[in-house]
Design a protein. Structure first.
Length: 300
């Protein structure tokens, strides 16, 4: 009898470990700009978002607890009237580097078009086939973006399936009154990010993510110079896209540079002079607004 109990308990425990969800997402809802209202609703909202992001099964794949993707979501609310909330959402995700304790930032983006309705204690409902709630559509959109980017760093173009789900969420939201979903509203919104990522003309953006992480960072612990050289080569993919100038408002390009600029400075500040000079010239060409930051690469 004890053996049977142990066997059943072991199967249950294994199932819990093997099918844990994909994200380990820290959630923070900030409401300091809102005065004279019930603050409890913001804590309830934070808990509801935490459970939605971390307890939803976003893929059919098996993740162990150690494999869950580390990410942060900061929702800064500026206005609250009745059941309507307005503010911004900042999304960050990280990816571990092989055989080290270091995690590399993959996504760091602030979305200023956050408006949604929420009734305290009502469950957050989401469907991939329809736009039920702007809050859950925005959250699910970024969940799939985070997962897609993570897959792209481990295998060439590996995140396509999850980007397509994010694209479907965008399509479902075309008649929604909230901003952020439509092409004509802005050149830097959810619509354009997923359009850029899935556009074959900009495939080099995704190739860069794979080469940078899997062929570069992941081997630097054992082959520092080789990994760094691969990262330098991968930057030429971005340079090629930049020189073609198919779209001066290429949003996916900006998101990659905002996530990687500090890390690139740290990597190539330890480089030899010729490599550092080459990388510096590429970076100030493709990302001139951060030229003051990249000068540190040459000051070694």
């Amino acid at each position: 009898m004890k053996k049977i109990f142990r066997l059943v308990f072991g199967i249950i425990l294994l199932a819990q470990v093997a099918y844990s969800q994909e994200l380990r997402c820290n959630i923070q809802v900030v409401s300091s700009q809102i005065q004279g209202t019930n603050k409890q609703v913001f804590q309830t909202l934070q808990t509801a978002i935490y459970e939605f992001m971390n307890n939803t099964a976003w893929t059919n794949h098996v993740y162990t607890n150690e494999e869950r993707i580390e990410c942060n979501i900061l929702i800064n609310l500026q206005d609250h009237s009745g059941d309507e909330f307005k503010g911004s959402i900042q999304v960050q995700s990280r990816r571990p580097t092989y055989n080290t304790s270091y995690s590399s930032t993959v996504l760091n983006f602030k979305d200023d078009n956050l408006r949604f309705n929420y009734v305290e204690f009502e469950p957050l409902e989401f469907s991939i086939t329809e736009h039920r709630s702007n809050l859950t559509s925005v959250l699910a959109y970024y969940a799939y973006i985070i997962i897609g980017l993570d897959y792209d760093t481990f295998s060439m173009l590996g995140g396509t399936e999850y980007y397509q789900k994010a694209e479907l969420i965008v399509n479902n939201a075309q008649n929604a009154p909230e901003k952020g979903w439509k092409a004509f509203e802005s050149r830097k919104n959810r619509y354009w990010f997923i359009e850029n990522i899935l556009n074959d003309r900009y495939k080099g953006l995704r190739e860069f993510l794979y080469r940078y992480h899997r062929l570069g960072l992941d081997i630097m612990e054992s082959k520092d110079a080789t990994g760094r050289a691969e990262i330098a080569e991968s930057l030429e993919l971005l340079q090629k896209i930049y020189r073609q100038k198919p779209d001066p408002y290429l949003f996916g390009f900006e998101l990659i540079m905002s996530a990687k600029s500090d890390e690139l400075v740290n990597i190539f500040s330890e480089s030899f002079m010729a490599e550092a000079d080459r990388v510096y010239k590429i970076l100030v060409e493709i990302d001139p607004t951060r030229a003051d930051k990249y000068i540190k690469i040459k000051q070694q």
